[in-house]
Design a protein around this ligand. Sequence first.
Ligand code: 7TS
Length: 430
Amino acid sequence: MAIETEPDLATDGPGPATTPVGFDPAVVRRDFPILQQEINGHPLVYLDSASSSQKPTAVLEAMDTYYRQYNANVHRGIYTIGEKATAEYEQARAKTARFINAPDAHEIVFTRNATEAINLVAYSWGRTNINRGDAVVLTEMEHHANLVPWQLLVQERDGDLEFIPITDDGVLRLDVFEVLLKLKPKLVAFTHVSNTLGTINPVREMVEMAHAVGALVLVDGAQAVPHVPVDVQGLGADFYAFSGHKMLAPMGSGALWARRELLEAMPPFLAGGEMIREVHLRRSDFNDIPWKFEAGTPAVGDAIGLGVAAEYLGAIGMSNVREHERDLVTYALEQLPARVPGIELYGPLDPELRGGVVPFNLPGIHPHDVAQVLDRFGIAVRAGHHCTMPLHERLDLAATARASFQVYSTRGDIDALCAGLVEVQRVFGG
Ligand code: 7TS
């Protein structure tokens, strides 16, 4: 990995050949073996990192070393490799905590992904605290992972859901949020960064507004932790959920951060081994946090990989990552309309308000067809509703195609996308 080196990135596009950030994405790319291949005779242009990111050699090697050298269960073995596995697993928790500036590693619960982290809160905190008539406030831009668990909760507990609407550009209407807060909701849950529009929401301001009426706040950080500096203490939220696989870590890794006193008061979510202290036939005492919420054998190798991914991103510097993606979004928002006639772009136009996500449509061509033709040129984009069906409904769109970025993305990738889209239009007679 190269840090703070001179950028040296060749592109065939009309823009400047370099990306003005504190690391060189062309050098970073060498850390990602999967990017060194051709797909359908073209270099792989991977523009679907919002779906899942690629993994650097450091993460792959850390997992390989675990399985080859100290594969054993954790919190059990009174033998060398079992103790090593436990130490590395708990080290990974500390690294993950540091990455989001959690005050205490015991406030990090490892989960399989953001979805499981949100469900944990909905089941454990939600079923204890939401009662008849209680409101939970969400937004119109939520991923289904931060919508469906709350639907199930309020159905079961006879509560209510309310939604902060968005503007046509995909920005939250905080004036309406202010009005919804008069309902004195128990919880406000919203995404830090929209996976579909890229909108970066003003978390701190929203947390202050929610706390002023006594509501707790859950932030879905699945699209934030991999892309922008996240400081859970600075944001002031109560729960913060994220996935490892979008932040260069293995599939099946993720975490929930929550304030200690909340976790301590919450009942267990899943039950079984690991999460207990003493078990009798008719009752049990539970383990301390975070293990109270980690029933069964955990994904040890994946957690170790998550810790290494956090270190890798931390070494590049999340401000640099953000700067890089802001540059790419700015470039994409300039180049796509200039080079692809008729392309429709969605989401905030101001790159300050926007993470590395660019949704678009070519009029008259279904996004699935767009993605399929792009794949012939080795270009991977996602097409569909991106698990935000209500958001697509609000914007009156059946589906969109979406390009999304990570540390290894380059302006050259965007040039390839522009050229690929012109080709798509030619294929469909545009
Ligand atoms: N929240 C947001 C904002 C997301 O973008 C996603 C996944 C999730 C939650 C769920 O993450 P998981 O790891 O638990 O599945 N988003 C996407 C996407 O945009 N394309 O594929 C998955």
